[in-house]
Design a binder for this molecule. Structure first.
Ligand code: HGY
Ligand code: MN
Ligand code: MN
Length: 426
């Protein structure tokens, strides 16, 4: 018989988290897109991702959850509370991965959310509010840009139409992939976007080296740095590699390389600001060994806690474009200012993580900012939101070698269970 909400419910939920069950659920989901090198390739709305979603639906239903889907194919797994008219507490993360990703980025937050529900079930705890675990669509932004499409559209549905025309490297439109995903979720009730939520907590791996270097298993995330993405296009003229004299070429690569170096030099000049620059995706047209490139497109990912630094870098980039007299064009397709999580949420996570660490005889949680962006950056516009981190071994992520000690994954899930239960009884 479920107990009515009580003050010790968060502690009882925390103590009911099951280490082996969590490990098994991580291994089961990792099989969808599992790679021989131990990584996972499960880009958003691919057939493998759709199959993994069906697996998550089955897991959630086995826990007694209702399952819903919204217009951006975000999946919600809902555990009723005593008063289901109250806005739910949301946890979860994203189910998609990078082209060569790991088992934990996103998946861990979804599965720890389901583990929280399993722990509540085991402990016979009935919360006042409903709890929902979400699997967001396309957080990575690697197949279709920008990133965090599902969460940003949930918070502001007017964004969704602008996402539909985004295409992947094979020319597939996001809108078409989305329709296929929705068509493959027959019988799932469609829920509204922008629904009121009472709070949101996202558990995630740090994807950087801070917690591991500090020897601390749990992080209280105070905020997320700013991010901007651009496509830089260098325009030339295709011509024969053998017959065209060097001084008669308009070689797009000859324009792209020095520009890229100027951007790296600029970033190096700003190193004191912790500005980070990545030129991650290159496309050469026609990409032939013996044709002078007619066009070179490359992406710019710039990040910094100080948005003013990104303003300066963007101005530098525009100055290079102006100086090119039309040979270089740019398009900004993602921009997010820094996120700061509210103090009352940070205090609760400190309490939840502090109890889990103390009972394990480990150091108290560390406060830190996130170098990676997360869906929580948009939810922070919608309801009181915060994040919990666990360490990444050697700070590695977006790499098949991504790993976190099982002990730390367990502690993170314990901290989440406490936090979500406390919020669901407020
Ligand atoms: O790029 C990011 O920060 C996130 O991991 N997708
Ligand atoms: Mn992630
Ligand atoms: Mn990621």
């Amino acid at each position: 018989m479920n107990q009515p909400p009580s003050l010790d419910a968060p502690a009882r939920a925390q103590d009911a988290v099951n280490h082996d069950r969590l490990q098994a659920s991580i291994a089961a989901l990792a099989a969808f897109g599992g790679r021989a090198d131990g990584g996972v390739s499960r880009e958003t709305l691919t057939d493998i991702d759709l199959a993994s979603r069906r697996h998550l639906v089955d897991q959630a239903r086995a826990l007694g959850c209702e399952v819903m889907i919204d217009d951006c194919a975000n999946l919600f797994f809902r555990r009723p509370g005593r008063d289901n008219a109250l806005p739910a507490v949301l946890t979860g993360s994203h189910g998609d991965t990078q082209p060569v990703g790991g088992k934990l980025d996103g998946a861990y937050g979804v599965l720890a959310g389901l583990e929280t529900i399993a722990a509540l079930n085991d402990a016979g705890i009935e919360t006042l509010r409903p709890i929902e675990v979400v699997a967001w669509t396309n957080e990575e932004g690697s197949r279709f840009g920008p990133g965090a499409m599902g969460s940003s559209a949930f918070v502001d549905p007017s964004r969704l139409p602008g996402y539909l025309g985004s295409t992947d490297k094979d020319g597939v439109r996001f809108g078409d992939a989305l329709q296929t995903a929705l068509a493959q979720a027959p019988g799932l009730p469609r829920c509204a976007m922008q629904r009121p939520l009472s709070a949101c907590v996202e558990l995630h791996i740090e994807q950087g080296p801070v917690l591991e270097r500090a020897g601390i298993p749990l992080g209280v995330v105070t905020g997320i740095q700013a991010v901007r993405w651009f496509t830089v296009s260098c325009h030339g003229v295709m011509a024969h590699a053998g017959t065209t004299p060097m001084d008669e070429r308009r070689d797009a690569m000859a324009a792209a390389m020095p520009l890229a170096q100027k951007l790296y030099d600029y970033a190096a000049s700003q190193s004191a600001t912790q500005l980070r620059l990545t030129l991650g995706r290159w496309q050469v047209t026609p990409n032939s060994v013996n044709t002078i490139p007619g066009r070179v497109d490359f992406t710019v990912d710039m990040r910094c806690l100080d948005d003013g630094v990104l303003d300066g870098f963007e101005a530098f980039l525009h100055a290079q474009v102006a100086a090119s007299q039309g040979a270089v064009t740019i398009e900004r397709f993602f921009q997010r200012a820094p996120t700061h999580f509210p103090r009352p949420m940070l205090d609760l996570i400190q309490e939840a993580a502090g109890r889990a660490s103390a009972r394990a005889g480990l150091p108290a949680p560390l406060a830190l900012t996130s170098g990676a962006f997360h869906d929580a950056m948009y939810l922070a516009d919608h309801c009181p939101t915060a994040m919990i981190f666990v360490p990444s071994e050697k700070g590695i992520s977006h790499n098949a070698a991504e790993a976190t000690a099982p002990r730390d994954l367990f502690l993170g899930a314990q901290a989440l269970a406490y936090t979500v239960t406390a919020l669901a009884n407020r």
